[in-house]
Every structure is written in C-alpha cells, then in structure tokens.
Design a protein around this ligand. Structure first.
Ligand code: BMP
Length: 197
C-alpha cells in the first residue's frame, strides 16, 4: 500500500473529488472537513480508502472512548488522540497518539519521555519535518507501533525523508491537494514496519 495519508483539509466537493481521484490511498479527515460536511463525511470518504479521523481528542477517557466508538462505526480505521492525556489515553487498535508536533509546542520538552510510556495503541504521530525525531523514535520503539508523520511539503519536510527515517506513512495536505498527481511520489516508497495505516 502507498505509504501516504492525504489530509483532506478542504471543502466537501474538493475532498470528495480528491478521494475519488486517489481511490485506494488513505485519507485524513479533520475538524475542517467535519464542520463543512458533518460527521457523515467520514463514511463518504471511507468509500474511497482508509480514513484516519484527526480530531486531536483531549478529554477524560469515557468521553474519548465514546467519540472513538462513533467515529469507528462510521468506517474510520482510527482516531488521533493528544499524547498529553497520558496516563489517561484510551488504549486499543483504533488509537493514534500525538507525541510531538510539527510546530513548536510543550511536547518539545516531554516527547521523548512520553514516547517511553506509550503502550497498547495502534501508533504514534511524529513530525515528518524532523526526520531525526522519527529515526530516534523508531530506534526506541522498534516495530511495536506504527509511526505516521505530517509536516511534509508545505511545512518543510521532503517527500520520503520521514519514511526513510523510519516512518510507516507520511501525512500530506496542501502539497497533494494543490496537485494530486504528486501522490505518485510516494508510489515506490516502502513503510518501515507496517503497510496498513
Ligand atoms: P499540510 O501538509 O497541508 O501542512 O497539512 C498537515 C496536516 O497534518 C494537517 O491536517 C494538520 O492538522 C496535521 N498535523 C500537522 O500538521 N502537525 C502535527 O503536528 C499534527 C498534525 O496532525
């Protein structure tokens, strides 16, 4: 499977067009699209490929768990949850934990400690515009969890650099939305450990 997640941060019609055009890839649906299209946009996009829902959840466990259940029942494989919730992050195969962001945040001071504590989830989100961070994390966690990485293209990361550093999938929004034919740049790349998102 192509190790690319297309972040559909755009309007509903454009998102559906891009998903149709790039059928079979993985798509990320976030607040922007959910506010535009309602929660049903998740199942609409899921007709064209795997869907990761990125609401960057940050609430008490029973609320986060209820939202995960609703999102998964609409056809998403998984959901991104804020890592600062640790140790109250719900576990499970549907959960991706945000460990460090592409922009400067307080995660920069704790991400390596947080990394050591993550367990029982599907994977983690790390900044693809910082391949050294990805390489460090992959060395630490081995192939226990997936690593998916935004920050490619518009935020400075080069296509393939995070995958070569140990990521499984790169998350790309504007660079691919501006010209969907650029998705071909990921066709020959191989994920470090997992070939499903
Ligand atoms: P773009 O490729 O257009 O910069 O979009 C990046 C996408 O990845 C956005 O959907 C954004 O919410 C997400 N993202 C990010 O940019 N940095 C992070 O640290 C975590 C993210 O989920």
């Amino acid at each position: 499977m192509t190790p690319l997640v297309v972040a559909l941060d755009t309007n509903v019609l454009r998102a559906l067009d891009v998903a149709k055009l790039l059928k079979g890839l993985t798509f990320k649906v976030g607040w922007d699209l959910v506010f535009e299209g309602g929660a049903s946009i998740i199942s609409e996009i899921a007709r064209y490929g795997n869907v990761i829902v990125d609401l960057k959840l940050a609430d008490v466990p029973h609320i986060v768990e209820r939202i995960i259940e609703k999102v998964v029942s609409r056809g998403a494989c998984c959901v991104i949850v804020h890592g600062f919730l640790h140790p109250s992050i719900p576990k499970g195969e549907h959960v991706y934990v945000l460990v460090k962001m592409t922009a400067p945040t307080l995660y920069d001071e704790v991400w390596d400690r947080l990394l050591e504590k993550i367990e029982g989830v599907r994977g983690i989100v790390l900044p693809g515009n910082q391949p050294h961070v990805v390489a460090y994390a992959r060395r630490r966690i081995g192939c226990r969890y997936r690593i998916i990485t935004p920050g490619i293209g518009a935020q400075g990361g080069r296509p393939g650099d995070a995958i070569n550093a140990g990521a499984d999938f790169e998350i790309v929004g504007r660079y691919v939305l501006d010209d969907p034919s650029r998705a071909a740049q990921w066709a020959q790349l191989k994920p470090a450990c997992f070939d499903t998102p």
